[in-house]
Design a protein around this ligand. Structure first.
Ligand SMILES: CC(C)(COP(=O)(O)OP(=O)(O)OC[C@H]1O[C@@H](n2cnc3c(N)ncnc32)[C@H](O)[C@@H]1OP(=O)(O)O)[C@@H](O)C(=O)NCCC(=O)NCCS
Length: 151
């Protein structure tokens, strides 16, 4: 809609970030059955502009659950002129399940089933380590799975 676009009449990036955050939080809440908070935005790629008036579909799925945190994959689709859904963007957010005092609380694991779910699940630990290293919460030397990529 007009209030949500940039000077080129495409969806403003921040609008999409907020919508992805909402969709991902629903996914994380459904999985954990707890209150969830956004802990980190790990990756966003605005691959295609989304012109004004476009129908947008946001799909969010927990790709891996750790002890209290979850990685959520978000795929954004738009309808083209023929009504066919094409992939426009994707993002990866991290959510943490918290108790009513805002303290991290334990959650159930995720069991990946499809090939894509298995691929995303496998790579999630490396992405978590990278995110923690970049946030200054983990020493690079301790990021063993991440380091293994380069050896
Ligand atoms: C998210 C929050 C509860 C985490 O609290 P904390 O004291 O850092 O807790 P921990 O260090 O135990 O981390 C909790 C989990 O988050 C993970 N985590 C923390 N920072 C992370 C980051 N930058 N990237 C990926 N994972 C991260 C930890 O690895 C841990 O995961 P695990 O338990 O599954 O192994 C706290 O930082 C917070 O309340 N942040 C604000 C959240 C918020 O308001 N979000 C909306 C933004 S406007």
């Amino acid at each position: 809609m007009p209030g949500e676009t940039n000077a080129l009449n495409n969806l403003f990036g921040g609008e999409l970030l907020a919508r992805m955050d909402r969709a991902a939080s629903i996914s994380a809440k459904r999985h954990s059955e707890e209150i969830v908070v956004t802990s980190s935005v790990n990756h966003v790629s605005f691959g295609k502009p989304i012109p004004i008036g476009t129908t947008v579909t946001i799909e969010a799925k927990v790709s891996r659950a750790f002890t209290t945190s979850m990685e959520v994959f978000i795929d954004v689709w738009i309808d083209d002129d023929n009504g066919k859904k094409i992939k426009a963007n994707e993002a990866i957010y991290t959510f943490v399940a918290v108790d009513s005092n805002g303290r991290p609380t334990k959650i159930d694991k995720v069991i990946p089933e499809s090939e894509e779910e298995k691929k995303r699940y496998e790579a999630a630990l490396r992405r978590k380590q990278l995110s923690l290293v970049l946030a200054g919460k983990m020493k690079a030397s301790d990021a063993t799975e991440l380091k293994a990529l380069f050896s």
